[in-house]
Design a protein around this ligand. Structure first.
Ligand SMILES: [Zn+2]
Length: 387
């Protein structure tokens, strides 16, 4: 790979022909049309938050270096931004009047409103740019390792860069576009940000059964995303059919896995809805996020609900009481050991060797109160299971 350091290109030259697409949230072109600011493998513009974009302009005005910028040179008269897209889009948006910064008097000032010498200072600022020429794989391998300034790329952003092509472009148009009307619905089940590729990552994870890289590599040259889209829509439809109500704990569950495991079972959405309401009202259920799989699996695996257990003080006092009674009768303080036939028949276990058990199982309506507590030796407690 050949790299050439360019030190003479100014903000003004980059901003010549600068186009920012408000809808898609990205800077598109610059350098009189020669420069592609957001090639398809780049992430969306994320500096438009009134903090990071403002900081870029303040740095220029104070004469601070903006850091290295990297361009890729795919052909003789074309350049694309490899690294520096967020910074370039920030000054491009400022110069074209898309946002304001506060001046020394605390007044909001757009580019057109600041003093001429300041305008010129910004426009004449020279940038430090490396132009890189190399094969696609060299550039991508290198791009994967630089990740220099600003917010590092996350996993999915890196995968989009590594497997860029038609498939990624189509997939991003559907899953990485925050104006998509479906995002509101998807938000109920998927956590993370559209801009940072969380929805695309989820869609790929579901269809590929967690082998995203392999899937992207295999489908890289596809001219459609039919399978990805259909699978995603099927999972979303299944969730919203089985679960009538949207609860905040549903967001970010492993829906792909749950769909695979349970979509062949029939459910009555009304019955499911009633069960959810009653488990939400149950003070012994500590994990609300587990409620959904608990119900899908036939309401048997109460481990998913992390049912509230007895506290140490209760365990200690029950143990003391059981031990006193057992010693009087000359039997074990674990009621299961006491009725056995082995050496443990008369064994007095220490508190640390015992666990609390719900006499009447929680799943059958037994409450976690002191009257329903019995201490058993650890092995009998484990054998009894079903708490
Ligand atoms: Zn026992």
């Amino acid at each position: 790979m050949i790299t050439t350091l360019r030190t003479e290109i100014t903000v003004k030259e980059i901003c010549d022909g600068f186009v920012y697409n408000e809808l898609e949230g990205k800077g598109l072109f610059g350098l009189s049309g020669k420069l592609t600011i957001q090639p398809e493998y780049q992430r969306n513009y994320i500096y438009a938050d009134g903090v990071r974009d403002v900081r870029v302009i303040e740095s220029i005005l104070k004469g601070y270096p903006l850091g290295l910028i990297y361009f890729n040179k795919p052909s003789a008269d074309a350049l694309e931004v490899l690294d520096g897209q967020q910074r370039i889009t920030s000054f491009g948006r400022y110069v074209t009047g898309k946002f304001a910064i506060k001046d020394e008097n605390g007044m909001e000032q757009y580019f057109a409103g600041i003093a001429q010498d300041k305008q010129e200072l910004i426009l004449n600022t020279k940038l430090l740019i490396y132009e890189c020429e190399g094969t696609e794989s060299e550039i991508k391998e290198w791009f994967k390792t630089i990740n220099i300034a600003g917010v590092p790329l996350n996993n999915q952003e890196l995968l989009n860069a590594v497997y860029s092509g038609q498939f990624v472009t189509l997939a991003k148009a559907k899953f990485s576009y925050s104006q998509n009307a479906n995002v509101q619905k998807w938000k109920a089940y998927i956590s993370g940000s559209v801009d940072r590729q969380a929805y695309l990552e989820q869609a790929l994870e579901w269809v590929s059964k967690c082998t995203i890289g392999d899937y992207m590599s295999k489908h890289r040259k596809d001219d459609n995303i039919n399978e990805l889209e259909t699978y995603f829509n099927t999972v979303i439809d299944w969730i919203s059919t089985v679960f009538l109500d949207v609860e905040s704990e549903m967001c970010g569950l492993e829906w792909g896995r749950l769909y695979e495991a349970y979509h062949k079972n029939p459910y009555s959405p009304t019955v499911v809805s009633e069960k959810i309401k009653s488990l939400y009202a149950d003070p012994y259920v500590k994990s609300r996020r587990g409620i959904f799989e608990y119900i899908l699996g036939g309401s048997t695996d109460s481990k998913l609900l992390d049912v509230r257990v007895y506290d140490e003080a209760t365990k200690k006092s029950i143990c003391a009481k059981q031990t006193a009674e057992a010693e009087k009768k000359g039997i074990s303080n674990c009621s299961y050991c006491a009725i056995g036939h082995d050496a443990n028949k008369t064994k007095i276990w220490k508190l640390a060797e015992m666990d609390a058990d719900h006499v009447s199982a929680w799943s059958k309506g037994g409450a976690t109160d002191i009257k329903n507590c019995e201490m058993l030796c650890k092995s009998h407690n484990r054998a009894k299971g079903n708490k």
